[in-house]
Design a protein around this ligand. Structure first.
Ligand SMILES: NC(=O)c1ccc[n+]([C@@H]2O[C@H](COP(=O)([O-])OP(=O)(O)OC[C@H]3O[C@@H](n4cnc5c(N)ncnc54)[C@H](OP(=O)(O)O)[C@@H]3O)[C@@H](O)[C@H]2O)c1
Length: 344
C-alpha cells in the first residue's frame, strides 16, 4: 500500500452498515472514500450528502467529502473494500468485484453469517479477504440518515504481519472501535447465535429493547439459542462468550423475570429504543432476508451431524412465509410464536 497518498477505501453496498462506516471514514477526512450503492440513495447522497446519527450527536457529510457511484468499477483503485451487502447478494457482488479489483486490494466482509468470506475468496483467490463481525446496529432512515442504534466494536481478523495497520488506524481515527481478533471463527459463531433473534424481530416487528424486556419473546429467543447451542456442542464448535457472558448463561438469563433482565441489559448494551434487527427492515421493504444464512445455518449443521433443529427450522419457514406474503412484518405476538413453535 503506497503511503505517499491518502488511503482509498471502498464500500460495496451503501446500505445501513456501508453508509455508516463510509460516512464515518469520510467525516474523518483521513481517507478517500468511494461507495457503491443503488439509486435513488446514490443520487440523494451525491446531491445532498448523508447524515450520521448516534445516541446524542448528529454529523453531516457533504457530497464533496465522498464519492458515490452505482458501478463497482468505481472501486478499482481502492486499497481496501468493505463488502457490506446482504449475504444473498454476495456471490453476484463477488463477480463484479473480481472484474473491478486488482490483486492488491484487501477485501473485508462486514456481513453477518459464516459463508461470505469464502464466497468472496472463491471469486478473488489472489486477494486477501478478511472476515469481520459488526457488533453495532445501524438503521437507514429517509434522507440518507444512518442511525447507530446499538454500540459495539468491529472485530476483524487482520493479518499478524501488521500489513493491515494503516486502514485499521484509519477506522479508529474515524471513531470506530476496532478489535483485531485471530482467529475470528468463535466470534463469528457467537454473532450468528446472537443473530438467531433477528428472525424474532422480523416476525414480531418489536424493537430490540421491547423484545428483550418481554419474557415471552425472550422465551422464544432462548429456545432458538438452546437448540443451536446443542447442535454446536454435537459439532464440537465452541463459540466465544458474548460481551464476556457464556451463551449458555445468556440463555439462562433470558428465562429470568424481566426486572432482573432489565438490570443485565442496562449493564451490557446501549440500545436505542428504536433499534430493530435488519431482518425486520428486509421484511418491511419486501426484500429477501438472511434467515437461510443465520437460523438456516443451524438447521444445516444439525443435518450434517444426523440431528434435527426443529425450532430453528420452523422459524426459517415462518420467515420465508412472511417473505412470500410480502406484506411486511407479520407482527406476531410472542404467544403466537410460542404456539407456532409447538409450545402447549
Ligand atoms: N444493519 C445492521 O445494523 C447490521 C448489523 C450487523 C451486521 N449487519 C450485516 O451487515 C450486512 C449488510 O447489512 P445492511 O443492513 O447494511 O444491509 P442493507 O441496508 O440492505 O445494505 C446493503 C445495500 O447494498 C445494496 N447492494 C446490493 N447489491 C448491490 C450491487 N450489486 N450494487 C450496488 N448496491 C448493491 C443493497 O441494495 P438492494 O437492497 O437494492 O439490493 C443495499 O442498499 C448484512 O450481512 C447484515 O446482516 C447489519
Amino acid at each position: 500500500m503506497g503511503r505517499s497518498r491518502k488511503l482509498h477505501i471502498g464500500i460495496m453496498g451503501a446500505g445501513a452498515i456501508g453508509g455508516y462506516v463510509g460516512g464515518r471514514l469520510a467525516l474523518s477526512g483521513r481517507t478517500d472514500v468511494t461507495m457503491v450503492g443503488r439509486r435513488p440513495l446514490a443520487d440523494e447522497i451525491a446531491s445532498r450528502g448523508l447524515t450520521i446519527r448516534e445516541f446524542d450527536s448528529e454529523d453531516h457529510v457533504a457530497p464533496a467529502q465522498l464519492r458515490i457511484e452505482e458501478d463497482p468499477q468505481a472501486l478499482c483503485s481502492c486499497d481496501v473494500v468493505f463488502c457490506c451487502v446482504k449475504s444473498g447478494a454476495t456471490a453476484q457482488v463477488a463477480r463484479a468485484l473480481a472484474e473491478a479489483l486488482g490483486p492488491a486490494t484487501v477485501i473485508v466482509s462486514l456481513q453477518n453469517g459464516l459463508r461470505n468470506p469464502s464466497v468472496l475468496r472463491a471469486a478473488m483467490p489472489n486477494n486477501a479477504t478478511l472476515p469481520a463481525v459488526v457488533s453495532f446496529n445501524v438503521i437507514l432512515r429517509d434522507g440518507a440518515t444512518f442511525h447507530l442504534t446499538t454500540s459495539g466494536p468491529l472485530m476483524i481478523e487482520t493479518r499478524a504481519s501488521g500489513v493491515d495497520q494503516p486502514w485499521v488506524d484509519a477506522l479508529r481515527a474515524a471513531g470506530l472501535e476496532v478489535d483485531e481478533v485471530r482467529p475470528l471463527d468463535p466470534e463469528l459463531w457467537t454473532k450468528l447465535l446472537v443473530n438467531l433473534n433477528n428472525a424474532v424481530s422480523g416476525l414480531s416487528g418489536a424493537p430490540t429493547r421491547d423484545m428483550l424486556l418481554s419474557r415471552n419473546y425472550r422465551r422464544v429467543i432462548a429456545k432458538l439459542l438452546d437448540e443451536a447451542l446443542d447442535v454446536l456442542q454435537a459439532a464440537q464448535i465452541r463459540p466465544a462468550n458474548f460481551r464476556g457472558v457464556p451463551l449458555r448463561a445468556m440463555s439462562f438469563i433470558m428465562k429470568l423475570p424481566t426486572p432482573i433482565v432489565r438490570v443485565v441489559v442496562r449493564a451490557q448494551l446501549r440500545v436505542d429504543p428504536e433499534a430493530r434487527a435488519s431482518m425486520w427492515t428486509d421484511l418491511e421493504r419486501r426484500r429477501p432476508t438472511e434467515v437461510d444464512f443465520l437460523n438456516g445455518e443451524i438447521v444445516r449443521l444439525a443435518e450434517q451431524h444426523g440431528l434435527d433443529a426443529p425450532i430453528n427450522r420452523r422459524i426459517v419457514e415462518l420467515v420465508h412465509e412472511a417473505e412470500r406474503e410480502a406484506s411486511g412484518s407479520p407482527q406476531m405476538s410472542a404467544e403466537t410464536l410460542l404456539h407456532l413453535l409447538g409450545e402447549k
